[in-house]
Design a protein around this ligand. Structure first.
Ligand SMILES: Cc1cc2nc3c(=O)[nH]c(=O)nc-3n(C[C@H](O)[C@H](O)[C@H](O)COP(=O)(O)O)c2cc1C
Length: 278
């Protein structure tokens, strides 16, 4: 069904668009505005030719200085897949998706190139780690967009970083290579909802950073989101510490989430992989 940009915008943000063009959305715009994460999949495999095409799309992403610092590890060995899945039992889609791969930042390849060319690698600093991370994230997003345009669904998995050392052992990631995120891929077994985003007034500023209106934006956003989907009491986080809230919006959910440490070993892991983070 062809939908206008305005319709898709309203579904994404839960409020009307200011400019409100009445135009039918082009294919790519419609796909991006309709993005949703999928966590349940049919058992059907992803055909090899399609997978190769999607990976080609991933590697068509821009790359910092054309250094091409992404490596994808496809996990096809059942034992290895289960090893990773068992680390995150509350995300059964890791083990169940027809395809699972890990997008890695890779600063090893360029160092091997330096060795081969007899040149020093003079960039041992945070920037090297950061550039590889950004490359891997952009490649993963390209794959997601391409996959969704072919009727597939995806779920990125940052939880692999909570177990970075174990995942790296399983996948034999060498020094200077680190997981950025896993990715579950397959044909969705059912619909998923479009997740409402913060308004552009909160996330896009003009000329200078200005979050004066954040509190009002957050209140409005919490209410709009709740009107579309109320988080059930059973899904409130950390009730043992914070109790059950009468009104539980997105901002309370996210504040509760980040009130507990996540991924606190990752810095040490990245240092052990040989990165200097200064
Ligand atoms: C870098 C990254 C890591 C993520 N990690 C996980 C994860 O470990 N498990 C999961 O179920 N979803 C994960 N997600 C999916 C997010 O929860 C999802 O994108 C977010 O809730 C917004 O929903 P939407 O993608 O449907 O718009 C991740 C997404 C990103 C971008």
């Amino acid at each position: 069904m062809t939908r206008t940009i305005t319709e898709l915008y309203t579904r994404r943000f839960g409020h009307d668009m200011e400019a409100a063009p009445d135009d039918a959305a082009g294919e790519v715009v419609a796909a991006l505005l309709s993005h949703r994460t999928h966590r349940r999949f049919l058992p059907d495999p992803v055909p090899d030719a399609l997978l190769e095409t999607l990976l080609a799309c991933a590697y068509s992403a821009p790359s910092k200085s054309d250094l091409q610092q992404t490596t994808v590890v496809r996990v096809i060995d059942e034992d290895k897949r289960q090893d990773v899945a068992e680390l995150v039992p509350d995300m059964p889609w890791i083990g169940a998706a027809p395809e699972f791969m890990v997008f890695c930042g890779d600063s090893r390849r360029i160092r091997r190139i330096c060795e081969r060319r007899g040149r020093p690698f003079a960039n041992d600093r945070l920037d090297a780690f950061f550039n590889a991370t950004v490359d891997a994230a952009m490649a993963m997003q390209n794959l997601i967009v391409a996959a969704e345009s072919e009727g597939l669904g995806c779920c990125p998995i940052s939880a692999v970083r909570d177990h970075a050392a174990r995942v790296s052992e399983t996948l034999r990631l060498p020094d200077r290579v680190f997981p950025v995120a896993g990715l579950c891929l397959g044909y969705p077994s059912g619909p998923a909802h479009v997740s409402m985003r913060l308004p552009l007034s909160a996330t896009v500023h003009v000329d200078t950073y200005d979050d004066e209106a954040l509190e009002r934006d957050l209140d409005d956003y919490d209410r709009r989101r709740d009107a579309r989907y109320t988080i059930p009491d059973a899904k409130q986080k950390h009730v043992e510490d914070y109790g059950t809230a009468g009104f539980y919006g997105w901002s309370e959910d996210k504040a509760r989430q980040v009130s507990k440490p996540e991924g606190d070993d990752f810095g040490a892991f990245v240092r052990r992989q040989g990165f200097v983070l200064e």
